[in-house]
Design a protein around this ligand. Structure first.
Ligand code: MG
Length: 280
């Protein structure tokens, strides 16, 4: 396992909105399409090169409306040239049958959870048939998946998709740690996950997301282990400290960029980010 990769730049991914935090939790959470484009543009200027997108209905509930996804994508392509656009196919409160509908707009990437897991108040259901269907749609539309790993078994779910020819042999995987009732944010668990990734998906690129107060510490663990990318943003964490709300996605991206520097690495450009993740 690589322990030092000072020669390779780090992709900063920003998850701008998510499906849980609301404006009453932090007024900086972007909800409308215009707010999402503006917030992402600021994050882009601060060094983010990948944007993970959920969209909301007017009442802030999670939406699967393909037109909203398309509108955000159009704004990002105009105002954040080269930035990697990644649609979420997950999220709470969405009809499973509708989660793949926005893929027809051909974002660069989409998130793909390869198994089910307990979340704070629900079961996040990803049946084997749904996973296969979403992977097939991504292949059809030329969308690269980011495999969301909420549990060790999800790595093997990804391996099965490789064997089925639905995804290629160098997927981008993200370990998600610190979701209540799911995998805790424990450093030795990251080592277990990485060892298993190297064993069964040796060409994979990887990143890790720490939820809530775990955001910074998981980022440090990932950077210490040579991660290809780090993830930040208001979807995962709305605070800078216990007592202070983050002022914007850009502020969180700035903290991520500082962490990258602290670990002796540098922030990827859009071209470098695309090359790292196998995108044109
Ligand atoms: Mg998400």
């Amino acid at each position: 396992m690589a322990t030092s990769r000072s020669d390779t730049p780090v992709v900063i991914a920003v998850a701008i909105t998510g499906s849980v935090p609301r404006k009453k939790d932090n007024p900086a959470v972007p909800v409308t399409v215009a707010e999402q484009i503006e917030s992402t543009h600021q994050a882009f200027e601060a060094g983010a090169t990948l944007c993970h997108i959920h969209v909301r209905n007017d009442d802030e509930s999670p939406s699967s409306d393909p037109d909203r996804f398309a509108a955000v994508q159009e704004g990002l392509r105009k105002h954040c040239p080269g930035m990697i656009v990644q649609f979420s196919t997950g999220g709470r409160g969405r009809d499973p049958a509708a989660r793949g509908l926005p893929l027809k707009h051909r974002p660069d990437m989409a998130s793909l959870s390869t198994g089910s897991v307990n979340f704070p108040t629900i079961v996040y259901e990803n049946s084997a048939s749904l996973v296969t269907e979403l992977a097939g749609q991504m292949k059809q539309y030329g969308v690269r998946p980011e495999i969301e790993i909420f549990d060790l078994s999800h790595l093997h779910g990804a391996k099965r998709l490789v064997e089925a020819g639905l995804i290629d042999t160098r997927p981008h995987v993200q370990f998600v740690m610190g979701v209540q009732n799911a995998m805790p944010a424990e450093e030795h668990l990251l080592d277990i996950l990485l060892a298993e990734t190297h064993r069964i998906l040796p060409e994979a690129t990887w990143t890790a997301a720490g939820i809530g107060r775990n955001q910074g510490v998981v980022m440090d663990w990932a950077l210490r282990r040579g991660a290809d990318a780090v993830r930040t943003g208001l979807e995962d964490n709305i605070r800078v400290t216990k007592d202070r709300l983050a002022g914007s996605n850009a502020e969180l991206v700035g903290l991520a960029a500082a962490a990258v520097s602290r670990h002796g690495r540098r922030v990827a450009t859009t071209a470098e980010a695309r090359a790292a993740l196998g995108l044109r």
